[in-house]
Design a protein around this ligand. Structure first.
Ligand code: KG4
Ligand code: ZN
Length: 342
């Protein structure tokens, strides 16, 4: 019918994502990841990521259109992640989107990566309540966002002052000898562990730190505390109880995240919390957030794990909202802006 058919390209980090939505319905979410190529370096290598995007872009685009049964000519708009992210990686997606927009004569929409992590939930759970409080927790971000309108009004209430939550998971996994990316491995190991075995620090939650950084996060102190604790065990020649360390670390992270998210909802009078980003796949975070939201009378929305990590559907979802709300398209000077604010 007259619902916009929108293509979304995502290349801000290590996933080449191509999604297609019609209005608020997801038709396809095709993805190619270079994560295995980065694993031996213990983190994403920008140059490797850019090259992988260039190789994966056309095959992933072809797969997406084929699986959705969509011809490029039928598209109403092309959306692309314009930032923030890795500069060289973003350039591949932005250049591809411009080429498609010009060749097909379709409008181009540059979207913010953080906003698109919020918008993706629309294809899962329907229209986003306005306002929504969004917590974005990934390998690159840990932010609390007040979202009156995801297409043009997203306000940052706070963010990490050092490591992102996912980065902390990845670093602690490394200390424990678990593979990269560490989040899913810690999640799994923690299931066999005791989450109150070790009382790890909760950064920026008390006293002057809390006053000054009410909705900010800090995870580097926690990471250091975990690695000191593990080193002390090893120095004493004692075995490291990996499951207990994983569970106790995970408890500290999820405690801080959910506490501040619920507090932000209360103080801003918002009754809807949405959690996105790779760390939103964490089973303990999902369970604790649900408990605390239930207790506080807050409605919680978390997309399925496959839509929490980076993907093309999120870009298409936000692009479609921009079309539906009549926002102005971008012109061909659209930049790849690695440090784009929300
Ligand atoms: O959103 P994402 O795919 O990429 C960006 O960073 O933008 O998030 C990846 C991050 C990694 O740090 C990974 O370890 C973490 O999300 N992650 C998890 C889980 N699954 C992925 N962290 C905790 N528990 C998980 N189950
Ligand atoms: Zn992301």
């Amino acid at each position: 019918a007259d619902l916009p058919l929108v293509l979304g390209l995502e290349t801000s980090c290590d996933e080449t994502g191509v999604g297609i939505v019609r209005g608020e319905e997801l038709l396809v979410d095709a993805i190619a990841s270079s994560v295995d190529e980065h694993a031996r370096f213990g983190g994403v290598v920008p140059e490797v990521a850019s090259r992988a995007h260039l190789e994966a872009m056309v095959p992933t685009l072809e797969r997406a259109t084929r699986e959705a049964g969509v011809r490029l000519d039928d598209l109403d708009a092309i959306a692309v992640t314009s930032g923030p992210g890795l500069a060289g990686a973003l350039m591949v997606g932005v250049a591809a989107a411009k080429a498609l927009a010009v060749a097909l004569g379709k409008p181009l929409y540059g979207v913010n990566h953080l906003a698109s992590h919020v918008a993706v939930d629309i294809v899962e759970h329907g229209p986003l309540p306005e306002p929504t409080l969004a917590m974005l927790v990934s390998g690159g971000h840990s932010s609390l966002l007040l979202v009156p309108d995801v297409t043009h009004d997203v306000r940052s209430l706070g963010s990490t002052i050092d490591d992102a939550a996912g980065e902390a998971f990845d670093k602690v996994a490394r200390v424990l000898g678990l593979p990269f990316p560490g989040g899913p491995h810690i999640d799994r190991a923690a299931r066999e562990g005791d989450r109150v075995a070790i009382d790890f620090p909760r950064g920026l939650t008390a006293g002057r730190d809390m006053d000054r950084h009410r909705f900010d996060f800090s995870f580097s102190g926690l990471k250091t505390a975990v690695s000191r604790w593990v080193q002390a065990r090893e120095a004493a020649g004692e075995p490291v109880p990996v499951a207990d360390v994983a569970a106790s670390f995970q408890e500290a992270v999820t405690d801080v995240l959910t506490r501040k998210a619920v507090l932000a909802c209360r103080e801003h009078g918002v009754e809807n919390l949405q959690i996105g980003g790779g760390v939103a796949a964490n089973s303990r975070l999902r369970a604790m957030a649900q408990e605390r939201c239930d207790a506080a009378g807050i409605k919680l929305r978390v997309p399925r794990p496959g839509l929490c990590t980076d993907n093309g559907a999120m870009v298409a979802a936000l692009g479609a909202q921009m079309v539906l709300k009549g926002r102005a398209p971008s012109d061909l000077s659209l930049p790849a802006d690695s440090s784009m604010p929300v």
